[in-house]
Design a protein around this ligand. Sequence first.
Ligand SMILES: [Zn+2]
Ligand SMILES: [Zn+2]
Length: 142
Amino acid sequence: MYCPNCAASISDKAELCPKCGVRPFREVNYCYNCSESINANQEMCVNCGVRVHKKVSTPVSASTESKPPWLMALLSFFLTGLGQMVIGQVKKGFAILAVSVVLGIVTFGTSAIITTPFAIIDAYLVSKKVADGKDIDEWEFF
Ligand SMILES: [Zn+2]
Ligand SMILES: [Zn+2]
């Protein structure tokens, strides 16, 4: 990719641009995909069509560093929805917990065969997205 600040070619995983020292997407002057110059108000590169908006750090992604997906999956194994709560999807985590508890009561615990793997897979996949640096919605599944 190209540094959105100075258009230098940098690694996709670079925390900071080695040339200008700016964190990628803090400033967007150039398209990271094709290095075309971008106006600060542009949300999309008119040259290649990728979205180039600034990454706004939300509390969801800010509090998600060093949370490995396997650990989130493990948390949701012990308490359905806990992994989701830890990565910032608090309401969703509680909703999953509430649903699994209610279903568990109604079905005398047999619904855990479905709800527990569901919560584990969801916790793993969503936290993997977070670990990859993607922004997640509070209610995003998988
Ligand atoms: Zn740069
Ligand atoms: Zn472009």
